[in-house]
Design a binder for this molecule. Sequence first.
Ligand SMILES: [Zn+2]
Length: 357
Amino acid sequence: MALTVVSDTGRAWRLTERIGNGSEGVVYAVDDPRPLVAKLVPDPPAPAGYRRRVARLVRQRREPRTVRLLAGTPVRIAWPLAAVRTDGPPDGAVDGYLMADLRRDHHPFAHLLAPAARRTALPRATWATALTAAHALARLVADLHAEGYVVGDLKPDNLWADGQGRVAIADVDSWQFTDAGELFPGRMGTPGYTAPERIGAQPGTPPDRAADDFVLAVLVHQLLTDGLHPFAGHPGDGGAYLSYDDNVLHGRCRLLDRASVVLPRSAPPVDLLPRRLRDLFRTAFAAGAVRPSASGWAEALAAEAAPNRLRGCAADARHVYTVERPWCPWCDLAETVAQQRGCAPGATERDGNAWPR
Ligand SMILES: [Zn+2]
């Protein structure tokens, strides 16, 4: 049966197809001439609180701070445009909101991270595109931090990217913000995308900007290393690999201590990262260090994306790398993968999803 949603003012929209299923909501296409989707949250922990949160966000869209964030095209943030409820008896109604359909101008972020998906979905994307996307993501997080928002649950599932390296974000209803003196706390993070101080934290513990800055560094690393998580790898002491979060809690990270993890030979080498970025990663991931801010990342990434900091490969036009490298790291990687295939029949092609998780 087709669903219909209704706004506070009585306007109705027909939902056409289910297009996404998140951790706490379902996204539907909307029958409307504008590119809109509806996110419905069937079972929020506190329904009245969720309705108030969405209503405040809708109202904030007209505030100067939000107008600044939403300026420019294509849209960077799928801001809640109108609160809606499913049509029907009030006791069975599901709450949600309408937002811009990011599919019109973007791909799921994962298409840029994983090499196999990238070759199909964004075949012209290079390491320069990854740098541009990393810069765009850092700029986006810096801008929303500057306006008093915290993402809280930053992760690839909430992000979108295009072939030019532009980045957009959805799931604004899970952000943390203050409105008229009331704090609307952010959602807990997702495994693999949680700052160490928030792993195992009590639900409801408000995240802060530094927690976003940790996850930003994880995502920047993944963008620049074919999807490799900075805390990937089997423990170097021979212990069992449990999860990224377990490695995070134990500081098992190639950039912090080369011997702390074992990675396959086909893992992108550390030195494909420019020195300045390597230093920022180490500061972002080291226990007790003051993490680089999102604006600090944006500044460094913009500098490394400048044409005079990049070099093209003579053998393959899709290979781009930092001028700090004497020769092309992507050619080396391709050779390693080819050798491994030769030695290990049936080995699959290197893929962003193939790293130990
Ligand atoms: Zn090359």
